[in-house]
Design a protein around this ligand. Structure first.
Ligand code: C2R
Length: 190
């Protein structure tokens, strides 16, 4: 599966249905199985929200080691800037990818029915010194934060993206202020 990012909702709405995003992907999102997709989708939606061109694919370090090797070792040459890898259980995908590239790698630990995702978290985060994987939290919050962290890395050299991140934070502040106001009104009015 390969897909390019299509931008914020208002941008999407202003685009024609058949308009193709031909920009070079700068973020790659890989997952160990399509069963991870319901969680990883939150990451993809956030990349879209920030208008970051991305590529998505299923690759497994365990089940398709040759593909994982080929993907990671050519990622930089292909113009990718940040790699995001989601996996569950014995989640070696992010670590293996990180071992084959100097691009920043962000790991998303996927929740598991047996151990709740602690297995995925530990096997993603506990990298030996020398090969970092920036590991986010288990599940949907982590998936969203992986995209935000990628955006923050890219915004170091992209002022427009930085502006979008600042606007996102301002929106969050307004939402929290509104929640605070509503709760206090509710409590004051019994
Ligand atoms: P299936 O649903 O296909 O059986 O996969 C996937 O990320 C998924 O969460 C079950 C789980 O296996 C994980 N998986 C890994 C790796 N490859 C697949 N952890 C890997 O290479 O690390």
């Amino acid at each position: 599966m390969t897909t390019n990012g299509r931008g914020q909702q208002n941008r999407q709405e202003s685009r024609q249905q058949d308009e193709v995003d031909v920009r070079q992907p700068i973020v790659a999102v890989v997952m160990g199985s399509d069963s991870d997709f319901p969680v990883v989708n939150g990451c993809i939606e956030t990349l879209e929200e920030f208008d970051i061109p991305y590529d998505v694919r299923v690759i497994s370090a365990h089940r398709t080691p040759d593909k994982a090797h080929e993907f990671a070792s050519t990622a930089r040459l292909k113009g990718l800037k940040v790699l995001i890898a989601a996996a569950g259980g014995a989640a070696h995908l992010a670590g293996v990818i990180a071992s084959l590239t100097t691009l920043p790698v962000i790991g998303i630990p996927i929740q598991t029915p047996t151990l709740g995702g602690a297995d995925s978290l530990y096997s993603t985060v506990q990298m030996p010194a020398g090969v970092p994987v920036a590991t986010v939290s288990i599940g949907k919050a982590g998936a969203k934060n992986a995209a935000l962290l990628a955006a923050e890395i890219l915004a170091l050299s992209d002022d427009q993206l930085h502006d979008r991140l600042r606007a996102f934070r301002a929106g969050m502040r307004r939402t929290v202020a509104e929640k605070n106001r509503r709760l206090r009104d509710q409590l004051a009015n019994g």
